[in-house]
Design a protein. Structure first.
Length: 378
């Protein structure tokens, strides 16, 4: 016999209504009273919300090298919520005086070139000298859900568990300009947190190299040998951007082919004019997997930094980059403001239909939309 007050039908219901089902003679199922609904809001349950940090909390945490706070600040930078952006910009501005003291190194290569394997090895090599390393990524081509894995911790086994390494995957998909800006702002936060080497990884297949090139001091191109025509498929522009080219997987019976590829790259580079750094890009072979030639690759990068620090190009390039980013930021914000305007959006949609219907030329339609926007801004 069920003695629970709520579940005992005879005590709870019978006083008011007689249910034949509850008669002692009844052989079928009994009707049980429902359970009383608890209040919708449980006063004893405290929702565990992440405490809202103030701008100075963020800055202080970052300056102390608190990686949890740094991670949260990066999330804020990546957020599309306008209020988050306001806080993020303030945090960045307060961090700016503490930045600029790192070596920023871009690393590119086609998928499978061995970027993550190499970054893991290069990273450990750099960390042996002391200091801290941040690994960031730019991959505007794919969303995280679709498997954008650049900068993913699981691909860098040793760095992932290294206390002095901070790894952050690419901001999720958006315009290249937007993704690149977020990565650049993340560099600012990382430098303020004391990371003195920054790797920015990108896939060597498209536009993202230009974005990475505009935020790093040194651009390393990872290539593979033994794929037939070595120079085929490498965009001239990417080669021109490279400050150093390394042929990975120079191990086993691939060593000869790697050396051959290196010779071909050296010859090809001689055809290009000397870059503004005044440093003829060097070409090296190495094996990320077997950790062969890592010291030599890093000596090459050190030689570059020594060279450009001595001739002033290091500072000059950073100044030029600042100028570039000022313009890039203006462009991005102008576009965002224009396209996020509800009236503009409505007019645009209407004009698109008009243009599709051949009722107006695209040029006139565009002029009218712009005029509408300029008038609205007056
Ligand atoms: P990513 O796509 O550029 O990041 O390339 P991964 O680092 O994921 O490497 C792609 C594949 O190449 C993996 O199977 C690696 O194990 C392999 N690999 C990477 N570096 C080397 C190397 O130096 N030698 C050899 N033989 N294989 C390598």
């Amino acid at each position: 016999m069920n003695t629970n007050k709520h579940n005992n039908p005879s005590q709870h219901i019978d006083e008011h209504v007689h249910h034949p089902e509850n008669d002692s003679q009844y052989a079928g199922l009994q009707v049980n009273a429902g359970v009383e609904q608890p209040p919708m809001i449980n006063p004893y349950l405290k929702r565990r919300r992440r405490p809202q940090l103030s701008v100075s909390d963020y800055v202080e945490g970052i300056r102390k090298g608190n990686t949890a706070v740094l991670g949260q600040a990066v999330t804020l930078v990546e957020s599309l919520v306008p209020e988050h952006q306001v806080v993020a910009q303030e945090v960045i501005e307060k961090c700016l005086p503490f930045t600029g003291h790192s070596q920023r190194i871009g690393i590119t290569g086609v998928p499978g070139a061995g970027k993550s394997t190499s970054i893991d090895v290069f990273g450990i090599h750099v960390l042996k000298r002391g200091g801290k390393l941040a690994v960031l990524a730019i991959d505007p081509s794919s969303e995280r859900s679709k498997g954008s894995i650049l900068g993913d911790k699981t691909r860098m086994e040793r760095l992932a568990v290294h206390p002095k390494a901070f790894i952050r995957p690419s901001p999720s998909a958006g315009s290249l300009g937007g993704v690149a800006r977020k990565t650049r702002e993340t560099i600012v936060l990382c430098e303020a947190a004391g990371y003195d080497t920054i790797f920015v990884e990108t896939v060597g297949v498209g536009q993202s190299e230009t974005a990475v090139h505009s935020m790093v001091d040194y651009f390393l191109l990872i290539q593979l040998a033994g794929t037939g025509d070595e120079l085929q498929g490498i965009k001239r522009g990417i080669m021109e951007m490279a400050d150093g080219i390394v042929i990975n997987k120079a191990d086993g019976d691939n060593i000869d082919r790697a050396n051959l590829a290196a010779a071909q790259f050296r010859n090809a580079l001689h055809l290009f004019p000397l870059p503004p750094s005044g440093f003829l890009p060097e070409v090296m072979t190495y094996s990320g997997y077997y950790e062969l030639g890592i010291d030599q690759v890093w000596d090459m990068i050190d030689r570059y930094f020594a060279h450009v620090r001595a001739n002033g190009y290091f500072e000059e390039k950073r100044r030029q980059q600042e100028k570039y980013w000022m313009r890039a930021t203006i462009n991005e914000q102008l576009l965002a403001r224009f396209y996020n305007d509800d009236d503009v959006q409505r007019l645009l949609e209407a004009k698109e239909q008009i243009v599709l219907g051949n009722q107006q030329s695209s040029f006139i339609a565009a002029s009218e939309v712009l005029k509408f926007y300029y008038d609205k801004m007056k």
